[in-house]
Design a protein around this ligand. Structure first.
Ligand code: PGA
Length: 252
């Protein structure tokens, strides 16, 4: 059997967290050594906390990532942040194309592709999100949608170091609903074949995370599905106990 990639459990804090939340990060850091033997741990706080969190995690198995970036390295883009700025703040990765960005900021696959390339330019890993809406799932368009998103959002030249793909069904995000393990296996297998066709042997090592209502009680079931190489966790990543509880699925 081919080696599977080392799992990554990443917490997407979204627009949550003030300076006091460093206490939660400290708790995550204290539980991290136990799971670090089996999985990588990453926290993606709001950008206001990025530099603080990056200095706090130094020397621990936890890394920090950002939640979005602009495609340009600098310029007249009021309110935006470049991948270089995120790297300068201590991020090692950036999430791009999250469905909330696609939905509320009308981001297209072409823009997501440019953001992923910007991440690479700055030396960051791009965590590119894809996933179908409820309507698309119900009209059996899931694989078509995921195909279109991976085809266009993922840049050429990806490898296991610079790319992580996150499959996040939009209807499963923040709803408590999850696809069945069989449905997750079908989509992750489909993405794996795309990565292998597109990037050759490197495609085998690129991590494909599952995201959408992952919690400690469903983590073992979801994270042991073939081609699921970790989780992108929203709500449950805000509490250290829940986040670590999810990562402990790899100790089971
Ligand atoms: P959730 O969010 O775990 O709260 O469903 C996942 C995500 O949006 O990345």
């Amino acid at each position: 059997m081919a080696d599977t990639p080392r799992p990554l459990v990443a917490g997407n804090w979204k627009m949550n967290g003030l300076r006091g939340s460093a206490a939660e990060l400290t708790k995550i850091m204290s539980g991290a050594p136990e799971v670090a033997a089996r999985a990588d741990l990453m926290v993606c706080p709001p950008t206001t906390l990025l530099a603080t969190f990056a200095s706090l995690v130094q020397g621990t198995p936890v890394t920090v990532g950002a939640q979005d970036c602009h495609a340009e390295p600098s310029g007249a883009f009021t309110g935006d942040l470049s991948a270089e700025m995120l790297a300068d703040s201590g991020a090692v990765a950036v999430i791009v194309g999250h469905s909330e960005r696609r939905q509320y900021h009308r981001e297209t696959d072409v823009e997501v592709n440019a953001k992923a390339r910007a991440a690479w330019r700055a030396g960051l890993t791009a965590i590119v999100c894809v996933g179908e809406t409820k309507d698309e799932r119900e009209s059996e368009k899931t694989l078509d949608v995921v195909h279109q998103q991976t085809q266009t959002s993922l840049p050429d030249g990806a490898n296991a170091k610079n790319l992580v793909v996150a499959y996040e069904p939009v209807w499963a995000i923040g709803t408590g609903l999850t696809p069945t393990p069989a449905d997750v296996a079908a989509v992750h297998g489909f993405i794996r074949r795309h990565l292998e066709t597109r990037y050759g042997a490197a495609g085998n090592d690129i991590r494909i995370l599952y995201g959408g209502s992952v919690k400690p009680s469903n983590a073992v079931e979801l994270l042991h599905v073939p081609n699921v190489d970790g989780a992108l966790v929203g709500g449950a990543s805000l509490k250290a106990d829940d986040f670590l509880g999810i990562a402990r699925a790899y100790l089971a």
